[in-house]
Design a protein around this ligand. Structure first.
Ligand code: SF4
Ligand code: SF4
Length: 170
């Protein structure tokens, strides 16, 4: 489904949820769906919007109307009545895997977890995919390398998720 100029992006298998890292010492997604639940946070940047509308075969206005909502001045994916992302299906996982936003591709390598050991400790309680025995320095190193390799680092705080914006020195 990915276009030629997206070839550097990780491709996701049907239903796959988060950022699997081959032979990672820090993370292996358990497909529990926990990270697809909760209100807000799934920011759809302009780049994400182009990709997800292409995958869904709809235009941007239709996406905004059917699946989106504005939160904190940014376009985000709406939460359904079950409290999960509108694209999440129990037992199936992510139903828009090829078009999922970069924040979904990046989890659990969010800035907070990369810069703050306490945030990582909380993330370990939330996400069973993060190895309990991985230390923060290793997680941060692997996370930064993953984000860089897959072109997931963002820079536009007005339209992109803060979770994928690293600052100088992070
Ligand atoms: S919470 Fe963690 S293990 Fe569960 S689906 Fe999300 S990334 Fe995978
Ligand atoms: S787009 Fe997919 S991976 Fe992202 S929150 Fe929704 S269901 Fe989960």
């Amino acid at each position: 489904m990915a276009k030629a100029n997206d070839k550097e992006e990780r491709t996701f298998e049907e239903g796959e949820i988060a950022a699997p890292v081959d032979d990672s010492p820090v993370f292996t997604c358990r497909m529990c769906g926990q990270c697809c639940h909760g209100q807000g946070g799934i920011v759809v940047s302009p780049k994400d919007l182009r990709r997800i509308t292409r995958v869904l075969g709809i235009d941007a206005e239709t996406f905004r109307r059917e699946y989106g909502e504005e939160r904190g001045g940014k376009l985000q994916i709406r939460t359904g009545d079950d409290g999960a992302c509108i694209f999440f299906r129990e037992g199936k996982g992510c139903t828009v895997h090829a078009g999922k936003p970069d924040v979904c591709r990046a989890w659990p390598f969010f800035r907070g977890n990369i810069v703050d050991p306490e945030s990582l400790a909380m993330a370990k309680d939330f996400c069973p995919g993060i190895r309990r025995d991985c230390d923060h320095a290793t997680f941060a190193r692997e996370g930064k390398a993953y984000l860089k390799k897959h072109h997931l680092l963002a820079s536009d705080g007005e339209h992109e998720g803060w979770a994928v914006i690293l600052k100088d020195g992070d």
